[in-house]
Design a protein around this ligand. Structure first.
Ligand code: HEC
Length: 208
């Protein structure tokens, strides 16, 4: 008899412990003990401490894979005229240039590059200044470097597009414009093994 009651007491205690454990369940907000507390509550971190966060890269460093910075100032137009597109762009690059042009330039300069985009619409649009055509007049004589320069710094009423287009994108837009100025046929794509084509191009330059 004594033995049975002992067993009953033990069973009751165990059951109680089990029940109370279940009761705590998911809603218990005071678990009493915290496992690895420093993982629940991180150590104090001082935001905006220049030594820990928002650090600028060391001056003069260039992010891996990105282009060298463009050092010309807005007034350095003579040098800008001589700047060459550092990218060798294939057809896909020119196509991307068209996509970007249609988004960022076409609204004013027209997707046909004729200076008559929907914002200007022959003078009826909301934009008051007439954007020049790329297919006639002085812009036909603009070098790729000069067009890049205008996108970078803007020109008179036209604002800079340097914050919308990174350098690579600007050069793609320039290459697209230049390909259209050549009669609408995209510039010949860079062959996969461009070794074959490069010496020929060099000869052309030398012959000039
Ligand atoms: C909001 C309208 C607008 C947008 C968008 C715009 N332009 Fe212009 N752009 C103008 C106007 C207006 C002028 C003429 C400014 C002047 O002659 O005073 C101009 C002039 C130019 C010139 C000639 C500058 C010179 O030296 O005479 C170039 C090149 C040019 N834009 C390229 C671009 C390219 C490339 C883009 C796209 C990245 C672009 N523009 C986007 C309105 C715009």
């Amino acid at each position: 008899m004594k033995r049975t009651s002992n067993i009953l007491i033990v069973a009751a205690l165990a059951g109680g412990a089990l029940l109370s454990a279940c009761n705590k369940g998911a809603h218990n907000r005071k678990p009493g003990k915290v496992y690895v507390p420093d993982m629940y509550e991180s150590r104090a971190y001082e935001f905006y401490n220049p030594r820990l966060a928002s650090m600028k890269p060391v001056e003069g460093t260039v992010k891996r894979g990105s282009m060298l910075p463009y050092h010309l100032k807005a007034e350095d137009t003579a040098q800008a005229n001589l700047t060459k597109n550092p990218l060798v762009l294939d057809e896909a690059g020119i196509k991307e240039g068209k996509r970007l042009f249609d988004i960022y330039c076409g609204v004013c300069h027209g997707q046909k590059l004729d200076g008559n985009g929907p914002l200007y619409k022959g003078g009826e649009g909301p934009y008051p200044a007439a954007p020049p055509s790329f297919l006639a007049g002085k812009l036909m004589g603009y070098t790729e470097g000069r067009i890049f320069h205008v996108i970078t710094y803007g020109y008179n009423v036209m604002g800079s597009y340097a914050s919308q287009l990174d350098m690579e994108q600007r050069w793609k837009v320039v290459a697209y414009i230049k390909s259209m100025q050549g009669g609408g046929t995209p510039a010949p794509a860079a062959p996969a093994d461009s070794a074959a084509a490069r010496p020929a191009a060099a000869t052309v330059v030398a012959a000039k």
